[in-house]
Design a protein around this ligand. Structure first.
Ligand SMILES: Nc1ncnc2c1ncn2[C@@H]1O[C@H](COP(=O)(O)OP(=O)(O)OP(=O)(O)O)[C@@H](O)[C@H]1O
Length: 631
């Protein structure tokens, strides 16, 4: 029971209880089966086990790097191997363009081809002896009565014999079938990853033959190439981003799933291969399709319905509760990543603690650990590489910390560059007070924060009828929405309509990829400051969403945003109270910043505005007017 209780507090540099006694991950046993190595996706694991037993299709929806392809591979391991088959393609004497297909138990395919080859070879040797005999006889005849006519005659006979024999040779080799799918010696059912495959690779193809019309060509059956659907026969066909397949391909995939057989034909209409169409080739695979939520919308409806009707849909989790049991699983994860990589040393306990701390940080929510394990595995490998370079026997804590500094995702590198750049041009101010200018916070990608300065100017409306909200810089829509929300608040405390003013809002130097939806308390603060002419403290940064009732609502990415503020040299950060427990900072960082959680807009203004009589008056009016003001 104790193991299942989630931890709620941040560990800020203390020793982390990992729920297991060990000094290095060398002592941790890694399960043999891949399915037992899947961490934190218990529901998906259950479904995969059931689906493997019942041969059902599965649709896995979720974020990248959460184990979708790993589950597909794990499923292949669970499938029986006794009924694996070899597939052969034979020439069809009645219709050359419709090669015949034959299925035999695994390993028999090779033997059959071998037998045909032997037969063809013995015919070959008879022909060679025949040719030798003819040459010998002609030479004898020419030698007995040598003259030019006889010599030329002899040459003609030899050439004629060679031509006849070579024509016979072609006919004999035509009879050797081609082994299309060879499953001999396989210890696991096939797992075929068809992500991003083009039509020929997925469905099979027949190669073009330029000599075909001259009768010199390669026989049709030899030009037949199996598709991934055929290679996956009796195994798993895994397709990530399934919606990126063309509708036509999805339709063919559906047919293949229904029929469990699919003929192979040339995919290019201009190729001579397009004339060839084999008998249906077995493709009795289990489809494990993957993607994100967008995939569900874009997928061929009939294909999705097939999976829903004859299989399961699973939503992959992105976090798991921070319990002792799950921390133990992360220890196992580190051990298994080390084993899988094969080139890096094992981790010390302290190094694993640092990985778990990073998992908490990336979890982004209180009491949660991230399940984007591919990214976490990236840090494990980078730390391992660092330890290898230093010639260490084990990966230590400092190596993990160095890896986290080094292995920054692209977005983080970009965010750092913004900060440097903005500092250089003094776009980010970290001291003094300014009217209408606030340090907002935003994220790029998922893990990287930036300081996003916002400026507002308020002037009496130029037009008599109505004022305008003029937004410059990217994120225009977000700013407009934020201004609309703050206008309700202003109306209440000021008793006047904001439409009497033109309001200009600018997000200073924003770039592609910046997510600004959590900037609404910043916009509100900038607008109120501009309207009331009360300066905003520039050593304060803030993040939070604002409701029309003046509540400060939770946002994502609290930790990276605070880290960005620290890097920019800001001293105080305002965050929504409900995000308080999502903050995971190391002790070195935590001491550099004062984090103030707030619930309402007046609390924001109290901290962010410079002290003055005007400010006191403003706060009094706002507090009286706010419907949900908490005492
Ligand atoms: N749940 C998990 N348990 C253990 N390891 C995991 C898990 N998820 C991811 N990993 C690690 O990350 C690697 C990559 O994961 P995988 O390729 O399965 O992710 P995915 O969800 O298929 O991502 P994508 O959609 O980008 O292909 C795995 O080989 C494994 O090392």
């Amino acid at each position: 029971m104790e193991d299942e209780k989630p931890f709620t507090s941040s560990q800020n540099g203390e020793t982390i209880d990992l729920g297991i006694d060990f000094s290095t991950t060398e002592e941790i046993k890694v399960p043999e089966k891949l399915i037992d190595q899947v961490i934190g996706q218990e529901h998906a694991v259950e479904v995969i086990k059931t689906a493997a037993g019942q041969r059902r299709h599965v649709l896995l929806i979720g974020e990248p790097g959460t184990g979708k392809s790993m589950l597909g591979q794990a499923m292949a391991e669970l499938l029986p191997t006794e009924n694996l088959e070899d597939i052969l393609v034979f020439p069809n004497p009645e219709d050359e363009n419709m090669p015949k297909i034959k299925t035999v138990p695994a390993c028999q395919g090779k033997r059959i081809v071998e037998k045909y080859r032997e037969k063809a070879k013995s015919q070959e040797s008879i022909k060679s002896y025949l040719l030798l005999a003819v040459v010998f006889m002609v030479m004898m005849a020419v030698m007995i009565d040598y003259n030019t006519t006889n010599f030329l005659m002899g040459l003609f006979v030899i050439i004629l014999t060679m031509m006849v024999l070579s024509n016979m040779r072609m006919r004999t080799s035509v009879l050797v079938p081609k082994l299309l799918i060879d499953n001999c010696g396989r210890r696991k059912a096939p797992f075929v990853d068809a992500t991003g495959a083009h039509a020929g690779a997925l469905l099979g193809d027949v190669r073009h033959d330029p000599f075909q019309s001259g009768g010199l060509g390669t026989p049709a059956h030899e030009r037949v190439e199996p598709g991934m659907i055929h290679r996956a026969n009796k195994g798993v066909l895994f397709i990530d981003e399934i919606a990126t397949l063309s509708l036509k391909m999805q339709q063919s995939l559906l047919t293949a799933m229904q029929e469990k057989k699919f003929p192979i034909t040339g995919q290019s209409e201009l190729s001579s291969g397009a004339m060839v169409r084999t008998e249906p080739v077995p493709c009795d695979f289990i489809l494990v399709a993957a993607g994100n939520l967008d995939t569900v919308d874009k997928m061929h409806p009939a294909l999705r319905s097939r999976i829903r009707g004859y299989g399961y849909e699973v939503y992959m989790r992105t976090t798991m509760p921070d319990t002792l049991e799950n921390r133990r699983k992360l220890v196992q994860f580190v051990a298994q990543e080390v084993k899988r990589d094969g080139k890096i040393p094992h981790f010390t306990r302290e190094a694993v603690e640092e990985i778990v701390r990073e998992a908490q940080r990336r979890g982004g929510r209180k009491g949660h650990l991230t399940l984007r394990l591919r990214d976490l595995g990236g840090i494990v490998r980078a730390a391992g590489d660092i330890a290898v370079k230093k010639g260490k026997k084990y990966v230590e804590r400092e190596d993990v910390l160095e890896a986290m500094r080094m292995a920054k995702p692209l977005e983080k590198q970009l965010a750092d560059w913004y900060i440097e750049n903005k500092k250089e041009y003094q776009v980010i101010k970290t001291e003094g007070g300014e009217i209408g200018r606030v340090n907002g916070l935003a994220v790029i990608g998922e893990q990287s924060g930036i300081v996003l300065p916002i400026e507002a100017v308020v002037a009496p409306a130029a037009s008599k009828e109505e004022g305008k909200i003029i937004v410059t810089g990217k994120l225009g829509e977000i700013a407009k929405e934020a201004v609309q929300n703050v206008s309700a608040i202003i109306k209440r405390y000021k008793g006047e309509d904001i439409s009497r003013y033109d309001i200009h809002v600018q997000f200073l130097q924003t770039y592609e990829g910046v997510e600004g939806d959590s900037a609404s308390i910043s916009v509100a603060t900038a607008v109120i400051s501009a309207l009331e002419e009360v300066p905003i403290r520039q050593d304060v940064a803030m993040t939070g969403s604002l409701s029309v009732r003046g509540e400060v609502l939770p946002i994502g990415g609290a930790t990276p945003k605070i880290e960005a503020a620290i890097e920019a040299g800001i001293k105080t950060v305002i965050i929504p109270k409900s995000n308080e427990k999502d903050v995971f900072l190391g002790p070195d960082k935590a001491e550099k910043i004062n984090i103030i959680p707030v619930e309402t807009i007046d609390q924001v203004l109290e901290i962010a505005l410079e002290d003055s009589k005007k400010k006191e008056e403003l706060l009094r009016k706002i507090r009286e007017s706010l419907p949900l003001r908490k005492a």
